[in-house]
Ligand binder design. Structure first.
Ligand code: ZN
Ligand code: ZN
Ligand code: ZN
Length: 172
């Protein structure tokens, strides 16, 4: 993915600036973690990113990944997402529009959505309570389409010990 790496120049520059501001060193490992993160368009936990980075460099440690993710968040490149399973996930923040999530409690699938109406209503509610919102995350938990179908299948299979269509037995 040599071509794709070029696209991350801006992100890399941002990160380097932030690291310098913090009086930290730019390291090969930090840069690798950033690259792996940017190349993965998904919601990743620290462990997920650790396993992906491990594949590229077995010397990358779990603590380094965790700390780098914190730095990425502070630098505005990543944002934390909670999907309801008690773990912290990270997703791209830089030049990624705000969105909210629907989370399937069965398979973990995450659907991203955005509704201008919902956003406006939230602002209205906040104003009504004289509340100044700084950020929010709206999470809808439930079953995705596939899992709904699967649970229907299981129900039919369960009650379907007897075949619904009676098989004709032909006696010769
Ligand atoms: Zn929202
Ligand atoms: Zn599902
Ligand atoms: Zn998301």
């Amino acid at each position: 993915m040599a071509a794709k790496k070029e696209e991350f120049e801006e992100e890399k520059a941002l990160f380097e600036d932030y690291i310098r501001q913090q009086g930290l060193r730019k390291t090969v490992q930090r840069e690798l973690i950033l690259e792996v993160f940017l190349m993965t368009e998904d919601h990743l936990s620290s462990e997920d990113l650790y396993w992906l980075a491990q594949k590229k460099d077995p010397n990358v440690g779990q603590t380094t990944v965790y700390r780098t993710l914190k730095l990425l968040t502070e630098a505005g490149l990543a944002r934390e997402v909670r999907l309801g399973d008690g773990r912290t996930y990270y997703e791209h923040h830089f030049e990624h529009e705000h969105h909210d999530h629907m989370v399937c409690t069965e398979c973990g699938r995450v659907i991203e959505f955005f509704s201008a109406e919902i956003e406006a209503l939230q602002d209205e509610m906040a104003a009504q309570y004289k509340f100044l919102p700084t950020h929010h995350s709206l999470r809808i938990l439930g079953l995705c389409e596939q899992c709904q179908e699967r649970s229907v299948d299981i129900k039919t299979a369960g009650s379907g010990a007897q075949p619904r269509v009676r098989v004709k037995t032909t006696i010769n």
